[in-house]
Design a protein around this ligand. Structure first.
Ligand code: GDP
Length: 424
């Protein structure tokens, strides 16, 4: 059985916690896209962890955690995160890395930074983890798959060829120091040694696992609205954030993905630039940011304050649709307990017309939110264990959202901890 946990919105929906929970009854947890650019925050018995590249099954010693071929593999970060969790007393996680995953090179981070500098006030708000340059290179066919690190002569030759074009860009576009082929070659040799213990033929591994009935969990990063095809392009990430991409980024037959759990947050937050229709500002935003998540809404990778907004039915319904949601996990609901009334965005007014359909970016930038105000519950709901015990207004909020999403909300998260969860 293959399940996927993915986000409906801009990311930071609380996928880490839901994945961590579902990892408990999984045999294999797989990262299939993205890189170390986003972060999951996980709170469990070992403490609080911000994972950027390690799959969320890393705390369960019965789970094999795979970095799929679709991931931008930052080898330095991978080894650093393994060391960090071990240092905090977690048993050494079982990690495997696809031999077809591509390697994030040190220059990808440099180019990310240089390009943002060049763009100046038109920048994307990149986390500067090298993701866009990495995926550009992958599809320009000048990336390095993991196996290439082990083929010395060929590696040397390829580095020379790739640096030819990189150095032209450094010299003429960015006016920055050039890269040295020998230095990069020795870095790659170090990477080879670091990653060697984990490298596997992931295609055989996955197909054998499916044949023997293993429980597999695909772990998504970011959310639908950051998808390069269906998101708010070009203010998106550079690899697909959709469950369907799990088939490609992990090497799984598409028809095996049976359960797509889409994580939806009870209000909105976003990092980086781009249209955000239900965004709020000033004191209203500050208060929600301060109370949000677990200790405030600040980026797990960058520490930047997140942009805040009310729940957006239009964006979230669309987000569920493009994911192919089979059920929704509705998270961070406890945070809204301070509000007398809770506005939700139920439509977009674009050029004088109201729509419930999520538009392309140009129209999205002109959209104004149509808000509906729902009663708050003015109560701390953390610690509540059953749906029926939730205050009536809180249940009504959930049921209203469920109707708007057109997907059943089967899981409600009412706190950051593993135990703060209600199944319906
Ligand atoms: P991800 O990228 O989707 O995994 O999102 P994050 O890791 O950034 O999660 C958002 C934050 O919300 C983290 O600090 C979590 O610990 C926290 N969190 C997750 N679920 C809940 C919840 O139900 N209530 C509260 N208050 N915080 C939550």
């Amino acid at each position: 059985m293959v399940r996927a946990v993915v986000g409906a919105n801009w990311g930071d929906e609380g996928k880490g916690k839901i994945t961590d929970m579902l990892a408990a009854d999984s045999d294999i947890v797989i990262r299939f896209q993205g890189g170390a650019n986003a972060g999951h925050t996980i709170v469990n018995d070992y403490g609080k962890f911000a994972l950027h590249i390690l799959p969320s099954g890393s705390f369960n010693s019965n789970v094999t955690n795979m970095i799929g071929n679709g991931v931008a593999l930052d080898i330095v970060q991978l080894v650093k995160e393994i060391d960090e969790v071990v240092k905090k007393g977690v048993p050494k996680p079982n990690i495997v890395v696809s031999e077809r995953a591509q390697v994030l090179m040190p220059y990808h981070k440099l180019f990310d930074k240089y390009e943002e500098e060049r763009l100046s006030d038109r920048q994307f708000g990149s986390t500067k983890s090298g993701i866009a340059p990495f995926f550009s290179d992958k599809f320009s066919k000048i990336g390095f798959q993991v196996w290439e690190l082990f083929e010395e002569d060929r590696l040397k030759e390829k580095i020379k060829n790739v640096l030819e074009v990189k150095n032209l860009m450094l010299e003429h576009i960015y006016h920055k120091p050039l890269l040295d082929a020998d230095e990069l070659y020795s870095t790659c040799k170090e990477y080879a040694q670091m990653v060697k213990p984990y490298v596997i033929d992931s295609v055989s591994f996955i197909h054998d696992a499916i044949k023997s009935g293993k429980n597999i969990l695909l772990e998504g990063q970011l959310g639908s609205l950051k998808d390069p095809d269906f998101g708010i392009y070009p203010m998106t990430t550079s690899s697909s954030t959709l469950a369907g991409y799990g088939a490609v980024g992990a090497g799984i037959p598409p028809y095996e993905i049976k359960d797509i759990i889409v994580v939806v947050k009870a209000y909105s937050s976003a990092v980086g630039a781009g249209a955000f229709v239900s965004e709020i500002f000033g004191d209203e935003a500050d208060e929600l940011r301060r109370r949000g998540g677990d200790g405030g809404e600040y980026g797990a990778t960058t520490g930047r304050p997140r942009r805040m907004g009310w729940f957006d039915c239009v964006a979230s319904r669309y987000g569920c649709k493009v994911q192919g949601a089979t059920r929704v996990a509705f998270t961070v609901l406890d945070v809204l307990g301070y509000l007398d009334e809770i506005p939700v965005c139920v439509g977009y007014e674009i050029d004088g017309k109201v729509t419930r359909d999520f538009p392309t970016t140009g129209a999205l930038e002109r959209a104004k939110p149509v808000l509906k105000v729902l009663p708050g519950w003015k109560q701390d709901i953390r610690g509540i264990k059953t749906y029926e015990e939730l205050p009536e207004s809180c249940r009504k909020y959930i049921e209203f959202v469920e109707k708007e999403l057109e997907v059943p909300i089967k899981i409600v998260s009412n706190g950051p901890g593993r135990k703060d969860i209600i199944f319906r």
